[in-house]
Design a protein around this ligand. Structure first.
Ligand code: GDP
Ligand code: MG
Length: 216
């Protein structure tokens, strides 16, 4: 995986960035997708289970090699039962966090289905980072670290990490890895001072966000 020591979390503004990437967070209900985002954005954790209606996005910003990278992260919360609607949100995504719960093997066994749906609905080359969440629940573990790592390697995913939205462990680093990987992959498209025409390629990195409205 990428070295993230030069990938710093910074405060941001939706209008000012050098690169913008749209990410979606997918996986079975109750694996901790919403909690991961809340931890990353607000540094909070709630124990109650709240099914979010509709879709929301939050942005995280990183400074990498003098460039400001925005990750616009879409939570597909509350829509797990509406697979056809979720697919609309896959549209235009550069990357995804695919999350399972280390204490529930059934959520790990469903990953292939998520991956297929993502590749069909987003794009065949969408970048996927695998997350095994609820690492703090060590005594209830059903999926070993090695199983997650091997899955990510076999499917040639961007990377794999175990996290805990509850303690915060691994959450920010997983976003840093995502930001750094996307930056590394796309930095060749950034405009350089010597090439005024290359501004066109930067605009390709900016996606039009789907309309922010509830769906169900
Ligand atoms: P989602 O359906 O995937 O968005 O899942 P949520 O984020 O709503 O979380 C589902 C439940 O798991 C909630 O009761 C959370 O409090 C709990 N949860 C989420 N992340 C963690 C974690 O890292 N550790 C533990 N122990 N519980 C978690
Ligand atoms: Mg949710």
């Amino acid at each position: 995986m990428e070295d993230i020591s030069d990938c710093e979390v910074v405060t941001g503004d939706d209008k000012v960035q050098d690169m913008l990437f749209k990410l979606i967070v997918i996986g079975e209900p109750s694996v901790g997708k919403s909690c991961m985002l809340v931890r990353a954005v607000k540094n909070e954790f709630k124990d109650e289970y709240e099914v979010t209606i509709g879709a929301e996005f939050n942005s995280l910003y990183f400074q990498i090699a003098g460039k400001k990278v925005q990750l616009q992260v879409w939570d597909t919360a509350g829509m797990e039962r509406f697979r056809s609607i979720i697919k609309v949100f896959f549209n235009g995504s550069h990357a995804a966090f695919m999350v399972y719960d280390i204490t529930r093997k059934d959520t790990f066994d469903k990953l292939d289905g998520w991956l297929t749906m993502l590749q069909e609905s987003a794009s065949p080359d969408v970048r996927v980072f695998l997350i095994g969440n609820k690492k703090d629940e060590a005594s209830a573990r059903q999926v070993t670290y090695e199983m997650g790592k091997e899955y990510a390697e076999q499917r040639k995913l961007l990377g794999f990490m175990e996290t805990s939205a509850k303690t915060g462990e691994g959450i920010i680093p997983s976003f840093q890895h995502m930001a750094k990987s996307l930056f590394t992959e796309h930095k060749g498209s950034l405009p350089s001072k010597d090439d005024p025409k290359s501004g066109d390629s930067l605009s390709k990195l900016r996606t039009t966000a789907p309309k922010k409205k509830g769906c169900c």
